[in-house]
Design a protein around this ligand. Sequence first.
Ligand SMILES: [Zn+2]
Length: 263
Amino acid sequence: MFGVVPKALWSRVCRSDENNLIVLTLRSLIIETDGRIILVDTGWGDKQDEKFFRHVHLHNGEGLLGGLAKRGYGREDITDVVFTHLHADHCGGAVRKKPEGTGYEVVFPEATYHASRTQWEWACKNNMREEDAFLEENFLPVSESGRLSLVDEEGELFKGFSLRICYGHTPGLMVPVISYNGRTLVYTGDLIPTIAHLPLIWNMSYDIESLKTIEEKKQILEEALEKNYVLVFQHDETVECCTLEMTPKGIRAKDKFSFSEIR
Ligand SMILES: [Zn+2]
């Protein structure tokens, strides 16, 4: 998760076990706007076998459907699913094995599924670096369902819900920017997965093009600092949100708070 940053440095801000494993969260978002109920990212899902998940060490969470149910949403309520990108831990929960036997089906039967065209074509083509992350059973059934909608450009997708498109982590990574209670939230996804990834060169080894990630992070962080945006972290175990401040070392977190405290 920290690429070339030595453990002597990252271990000061991120606890790990004897196998160097760290705890990460899969934090999806639900947004209600304009009569729509939008779900951003869907976690791993449960299609792959035990051997696959042995390396993932799933534990604790509510689960996608459990978490939605707890907040009063059923599968049929979701009108739109937005995939930041198609790595398995971001889109797997949108497709499941058919309960009656063979084949796959989408989990949210009424939803339109949005991915960037760049990411969709990149994932379908696949490549050696990302082949463990792009699992076709996670996304081909979405297009077979006829419910896929490809995003060609940055901009507003729904009222108060816009998308930026980045290329460093994987080509076509979409970063949602959301208006909420008078604030602007940036769901940083795998561009800035945890609060520990705010320093420009603290990036994941998963990134396809590190220099692009640095440039894209710099741009978003500078804008977020200037306009007092709230960053929302998808993978941070403990910090859901933060604002930013300039320090002698660069842009860092100012206030850390939970989603329910945004005002
Ligand atoms: Zn990713």
